[in-house]
Design a protein around this ligand. Sequence first.
Ligand code: EPZ
Length: 431
Amino acid sequence: MDKLLIRGGRQLRGEVLISGAKNAALPELCAALLTDQPVVLHNVPRLQDVSTMLKLVRNMGVSAERDPNEQGGGTVRLNAGDLTRPEAPYELVKTMRASVLALGPLLARFGHAKVSLPGGCAIGSRPVDQHIKGLQAMGAEIVVEHGYMVARLPAGRTRLKGARILTDMVTVTGTENFLMAAALAEGETLLENAAQEPEIVDLAEMLIRMGAKIEGHGTSHIRIQGVEKLHGCEHAVVADRIEAGTFLCAVAAAGGEALLRHARGDHLDAVIDKLRDAGCDVACAQDGIRIASKGAEQLKAQSFSTTEYPGFPTDMQAQFMALNVIARGASMVTETIFENRFMHVNEMVRLGARIHVEGKVAMVEGVPQLSGATVMATDLRASASLVIAGLVAEGETLVDRIYHLDRGYDRMEAKLRGLGADIERVTGATA
Ligand code: EPZ
């Protein structure tokens, strides 16, 4: 099992290339299922979750090739013309919940699909009941049998029908499933409380390139006019705002100056506002985001509450907390999206952090110094927060179980080393 060994105390300086967004690439790989024509995706990040999604679509009979000679982001060529098995098996779905994104496209194009229920995950129960509710509103008959969602159209119908969909809460992948299903449905679909994340906008732009008729993406109301068929397209995955936010917090905490090339400042307003309030200089330009920081001990801790986009992203909560634990003063971190997303807290306490959790709120009291220790990653963003803490802790920090990190970050330790961090991957059980 791989670990990351970090020796803290180095400032970070230089330039880092931000990869394509995991949470855009995953739905966009599923969007290729909507057509029998070739789809080319550029700037696809090299992540475990992307490899899992490629395995999933190949298992259906889709051809999916990643260009071998690409540096940085990769190009993936897909063709779902010979798709024979509109199914997503448990063995793959249990390792990546985003597999549920296959349900909408398969149902829309083939009229039936069999997708394993994802099961729970570390940060919460994360049901998919709203996905089912929305697709049923579009005419799908979905039953749960032996842990699978078995979906089909009623006898006599060959297409889903447009519907007005209002979910009990804003759901990112739910919105994405509905967008893809509605693109081929008969008539108009109106999403009344759609998610507004940049990854939704990027998916909609790709679907429009495939011939879909969509408007309002990026707002809470999205209107889709279904079409009979979608054609292939070429699309570049938008830059990953959460990877960018993670590096911003790393430079803020360690101190230094960096350019995050390709990062979109307009996708990170809530995080950038908090970093400026903390005392960092952050400038957004055409080529990326520049940040300068004197280091966490010079920064003022910031309270925040996670909420749906454009508010402070839940996927940045752990990383910003890593900054708060060694910034000056007390701060209150409130997690409103997931019920169990403070698992990094106990590991940070091992590094000397002072944090008290009451339900959805973590009270953080800044300490002058963290001391390196062995810590364990528990989920993707918690892993990233422990790396940030390790960059500033005195001595050595060993982050274990970093397969969590590899799911969502493209060569993080190489990028951090490129900025001057003393960090290396230690492989094998003995280490
Ligand atoms: C997406 O997950 C992201 N994943 C998550 O990123 C992100 O944390 C989350 O959105 C919130 O922004 C991908 O895009 C692949 P939701 P998703 O449906 O779509 C409840 C990361 O670190 N809910 O918006 O699964 C749910 O339990 C990952 O990159 C239902 O109850 O999240 C949660 O409390 C982690 N029933 C809330 O809604 C449903 O049917 C928001 O979930 C759907 C959701």
